[in-house]
Every structure is written in structure tokens, then in C-alpha cells.
Design a protein around this ligand. Structure first.
Ligand code: CP
Ligand code: NVA
Length: 302
């Protein structure tokens, strides 16, 4: 039976850790220049209804390195963009390709696509989740901190798709996660509730300094995500104080790691000094999108 990668909580901890093991193996092979054509002759269709730099490039290059091929489809140039039903697009694409990656707005649309598709579907970001990014983030921490499962993680800023995915990760992996957002911008209530029901160690506070106290990993993201551009100004006001800066780092562990999925708005959610500074691992994080997604694709499609 085919499996999809739509949401971290659809997967068991051991399965996700197996993806990390495969990531390590594939990354080492790629660095040594060894062939690792696990998806020889296979094709990934990539549907983008939102912009992307890292996701598009890492999936496309990843398929090439695995011996396969990737097709870029933007909504403006497909019949989906003109209103063709998701179920028709999904069924037709499955007749041509071996897997599909989708970046779109609604999580329900990705779930509908996956339900109608006979080939695996990967969530490349929705308004609700960004699971591939959090897998790359955790893999990056694991490279730097072998005790990554025992660390205290902290989310500062908007309770967006990345925050929701971190909550799911805390539910699956069991680490402590502290979320600090303005009250009006909390993470998705249902995601939080389901995580708590699973016994996740996730706490909420409106205070970034309280959340960051002694934390080992600080994470943030833009204040206005794709699709929220019209709210930029009101969000800039609402998020004052929700910035990762040198002052906040003083509250965190002395050797804390700072993460950001990128693109970043320097001077808003994070300062230039911190993102360019010694705690920042943002470019390793970006690189690991490639390696982790190759392992996800190989797990689903090989
Ligand atoms: N982090 C991330 O998904 O980046 P892109 O929007 O550039 O794909
Ligand atoms: N929260 C951001 C993440 C971008 C990778 C957005 O959805 O725009």
C-alpha cells in the first residue's frame, strides 16, 4: 500500500528515525561523490501554487541525484489553476509519474489529492504544515547535538505552519517544546490539543524571554507567511518583541542553536547579527532539505 508524507503525526517515531538514518547514508554518499540511484527512471511531479526557492530546487536536484527526474508544474500553467477538480488532476498525474510533491494553501486539498492519487504524495508546505522542513531541521540539530531528543526547543513568533509542524514533531519525538506567540497568533488549536492528548510536552506562553530561558534550540519564521501579505503592517505591530536578537539569546543556553527555515526578514523576526552569528545553523538547515527529502522520496517511491 502506498504511503504519503503529509503530516508528521501520520508517521511513527521509528519510521521517522529510519528516514534520518537513510538521510545520513545518502548525504555521506553524495559528499563522497558515490552514485546512489535509488529512484532510477522514476519521475516526481511537483505542483507549486505558492512561491519557492529551497523546496523547488532541493526536490528537483534530489530527484536528479537519485537517478530520477522531476517536473515543475506551477498552478498558473496547469488546468488545476483553471479549476480542474483536484481528484481529476490527481488521478491523471498518477498515470504518468511515480510520486507527487505539492505546495499549496489548504491542507485539506493536499489530503484530497493524496486520497485520489495511487502514487505517494509529499506535502511541500500548506497553510497548516511544513513537515519536510521540520524533518530537515531536526536532522540538522541531530548532526550537531547527539542528545537532540533531550534538548529544550523553543518557537518564537507566529503560530504558523512551521510552529504547527514543530508541535507535531514534539508529539512524535517526545522532546520539550515551548511556544511563544502573541495571544492572537497562537498555533492551530486542534494541532495543540491533539499533541497534548498524545502526551506531548508542549507549553505556551506569550513571553519570548520566558520561553527562551535555558532553551537549547531557538526557532522562528516570518511574521507574515505566504498568502498573508496584506496583513504585513498589522502583523509588524502585533509581533513587536517577538524577535530573536542578542538580548533574547542571553536568556537561552550559552551554546544554543538558532534556526530559521528561510526566507528571513532580517530586522523583523530575527536580527542580521544573530542570523549571521555563531549560533545560527540556518544554511546547514537549508542544505539538509536536500538530503532529508531524498530519504523521504526513496522511502516512499523506491
Ligand atoms: N524553507 C522553504 O520552504 O523555503 P522556500 O519557500 O524557498 O521553498
Ligand atoms: N511560514 C512561511 C514558511 C516559508 C517556507 C510561509 O508559509 O510562507
Amino acid at each position: 500500500m502506498k504511503k504519503d508524507f503529509l503530516c508528521l503525526t501520520d508517521w511513527r517515531r521509528e519510521e521517522l528515525e529510519a528516514i534520518f538514518d537513510l538521510t545520513r547514508e545518502l548525504k555521506a554518499k553524495q559528499k563522497r561523490g558515490e552514485e546512489h540511484h535509488l529512484l532510477k527512471g522514476k519521475t516526481l511531479g511537483m505542483i507549486f501554487e505558492k512561491s519557492s526557492t529551497r523546496t523547488r530546487v532541493s526536490f528537483e536536484v534530489g530527484m536528479f541525484q537519485l537517478g530520477g527526474h522531476a517536473l515543475f508544474l506551477s498552478s498558473g500553467n496547469t488546468q488545476m489553476g483553471r479549476g480542474e477538480p483536484i481528484k481529476d488532476t490527481a488521478r491523471c498525474m498518477a498515470r504518468y509519474v511515480d510520486g507527487v510533491m505539492i505546495r499549496t494553501f489548504s491542507q485539506a486539498a493536499v489530503e484530497e489529492f493524496a486520497a485520489c492519487s495511487s502514487v505517494p504524495v509529499v506535502n511541500g508546505l500548506t497553510d497548516l504544515y511544513h513537515p519536510c522542513q521540520v524533518m530537515a531541521d531536526l536532522f540538522t540539530v541531530s548532526e550537531q547535538r547527539p542528545n537532540w531528543r533531550e534538548l529544550v526547543y523553543c518557537w518564537i513568533g507566529d503560530g504558523n505552519n512551521m510552529a504547527n509542524s514543530w508541535i507535531n514533531a514534539a508529539a512524535v519525538f517526545g522532546f520539550e517544546l515551548r511556544v511563544a506567540t502573541p495571544d492572537a497568533y497562537r498555533p492551530d488549536a486542534a494541532v495543540m490539543e491533539r499533541a497534548r492528548q498524545r502526551g506531548a510536552r508542549v507549553s505556551y506562553t506569550a513571553s519570548p524571554a520566558e520561553a527562551a530561558r535555558g532553551a537549547h534550540v531557538l526557532n522562528t519564521d516570518v511574521w507574515a507567511s505566504m498568502g498573508q501579505e496584506a496583513e504585513q503592517k498589522e502583523r509588524e505591530i502585533a509581533f513587536q518583541g517577538y524577535q530573536i536578537n542578542a538580548g533574547l539569546l542571553k536568556s537561552a543556553a550559552a551554546d544554543c542553536l538558532v534556526m530559521h527555515c528561510l526566507p528571513a526578514h532580517r530586522g523583523e523576526e530575527i536580527t542580521d547579527e544573530v542570523i549571521e552569528g555563531p549560533h545560527s545553523i540556518v544554511f546547514d538547515e537549508a542544505e539538509n532539505r536536500l538530503h532529508v527529502q531524498k530519504a523521504i522520496l526513496a522511502t516512499l517511491m523506491a
